[in-house]
Design a protein around this ligand. Structure first.
Ligand SMILES: *[C@@H]1O[C@H](CO)[C@@H](O)[C@H](O)[C@H]1NC(C)=O
Ligand SMILES: *[C@@H]1O[C@H](CO)[C@@H](O)[C@H](O)[C@H]1NC(C)=O
Ligand SMILES: *[C@@H]1O[C@H](CO)[C@@H](O)[C@H](O)[C@H]1NC(C)=O
Ligand SMILES: *[C@@H]1O[C@H](CO)[C@@H](O)[C@H](O)[C@H]1NC(C)=O
Length: 372
């Protein structure tokens, strides 16, 4: 609770020069007045505070040593020992200048709910602050989890009724066609209690598959962790991939969760997942791959860098920072270097040959020349 506006320092005032028309007496009086006003120069208006208000009458100015009285504002109460006074000091400031003697009123004490607790997140339950309600394990909250203590006309009041905690219970989970679940005779389930589903034997040759979560639990009040699974016949169509072949998962029928892996023929590349499985809707998941013709593109058809948004467009005539251009430039540089190396090499070779002719004897020269 700090002062909302810091005490203001009064500049020397009421220090008017004496009027020249008053004569000697006037000058004397003026000098005295000047002296007095400089020495006893007053304080300006006493400071305003967030938590306390002035009860002394407001005056045009205050003498040094004068005191003003405050009281705690509405919604605050006083605790000693700090006083509710401030004095006009010699240095034109008010001292002490604090409202720390006034404390905020509190709301009614928020008791822990049965099977839960109140958390004092701000460390206080006075107005302007909040408390949180929590329930113990296996219980759920009814009402507002956050209550704020608010200052109203009648004083500090809570923003809502206190929350209550109730036991988490679930009604029996759904019954399903062609299947059943465990604990089918239980009428009420408690928190985290679970049931497991299973499918009946099928009347025909095609078995039922349990599609979905086998085991579900009471996760919240009247809320099971998942939907009930389904018992149904799942048959996926024979998987055919043009220009490709199956490499594992062979079979005549493909029932729930059957896995098949493919490979593309020579000269074709795989587009999609090489492994698919038979999903609960009798479709392959993910969908069957494709085998388009050609080598697999190494870097997929990406627009050139210069077409990306935000990339500055290369100016005409200036080196285009395109991949292909760089390759060409590199090739030209390599070619120039190769030619240079060859020329230098040849030159050196010929030089040495010329020099060598002086050193070797006739017979050797014969050999060299004939070999040329
Ligand atoms: C004015 O004087 C008081 C004590 O007399 C002191 O606490 C305060 O800091 C002073 N203020 C300034 C601005 O000097
Ligand atoms: C009270 O605590 C909550 C949670 O920590 C916080 O979000 C909020 O700002 C605090 N309120 C005040 C007035 O400090
Ligand atoms: C793969 O197939 C999808 C559609 O089936 C197509 O959009 C995509 O471009 C293909 N990718 C390649 C690398 O061929
Ligand atoms: C299966 O079909 C149902 C209804 O036709 C649909 O709601 C569900 O999302 C489908 N599931 C899958 C895995 O495709």
């Amino acid at each position: 609770m700090k002062a909302s506006s810091a005490p203001r320092w009064a500049p020397p005032r009421r220090c008017e020069s004496p009027s020249p028309y008053l004569g000697f007496l006037g000058t004397l009086l003026g000098a005295v007045a000047l002296l007095l006003s400089t020495c006893s120069d007053a304080c300006e208006d006493p400071p305003e505070f967030e938590a306390m208000e002035l009860i002394s009458e407001l005056k045009p100015y205050y003498e040094v040593g004068e005191e003003v009285h405050y009281k705690c504002k509405k919604g605050y109460f006083y605790i000693p020992p700090l006083s509710l006074l401030t004095f006009c000091e010699k240095n034109h400031s008010w001292f002490p200048a604090t409202d720390e003697a006034c404390f905020r009123d509190s709301c009614s004490f928020p008791k822990d709910p049965e099977n839960g607790r109140v958390v004092f997140v701000n460390g206080t339950y006075s107005w302007g602050f909040e408390v949180h309600y929590e329930c113990h394990w296996g219980y759920y909250l009814i009402g507002e989890a956050i209550l704020r203590c608010q200052l109203k006309e009648e004083g500090p009041v809570w923003s809502d009724k206190p929350a209550v905690c109730e036991k988490i219970l679930c009604l029996p989970p759904p019954k399903i066609e062609n299947g059943k679940h465990t604990f089918s005779e239980v009428e009420v389930f408690h928190y985290l209690e679970a049931v497991t589903y299973s499918c009946d034997p099928a009347p025909g040759p095609e078995e039922y598959s349990l599609v979905g979560e086998h085991t579900i639990h009471c996760a919240n009040h009247h809320k099971w962790s998942h939907n009930a699974p389904e018992c149904k016949v799942v048959r996926c169509p024979f998987p055919v991939v043009a220009n490709g072949k199956q490499i594992s998962g062979f079979g005549k029928v493909f029932s729930y969760k059957a896995k098949v892996t493919f490979e593309c023929n020579m000269g074709f590349y795989l587009n999609g997942s090489d492994t698919v499985s038979c999903g609960g809707n009798s479709t392959w998941e993910p969908s069957l791959p494709l085998c388009p013709k050609g080598p697999k593109p190494t870097h997929p058809t990406k627009p050139p860098v210069s077409n990306y948004p935000g990339y500055p467009h290369p100016k005409e005539g200036i080196f285009d920072p395109d991949y292909d251009t760089w390759i060409i430039a590199l090739l030209i540089i390599i070619a120039i270097l190769t030619v240079a190396v060859v020329i230098v090499g040849l030159y050196k070779y010929l030089q040495r040959r010329k020099k060598g002719t002086y050193l070797i004897d006739e017979s050797h020269r014969e050999v060299i020349f004939t070999s040329l």
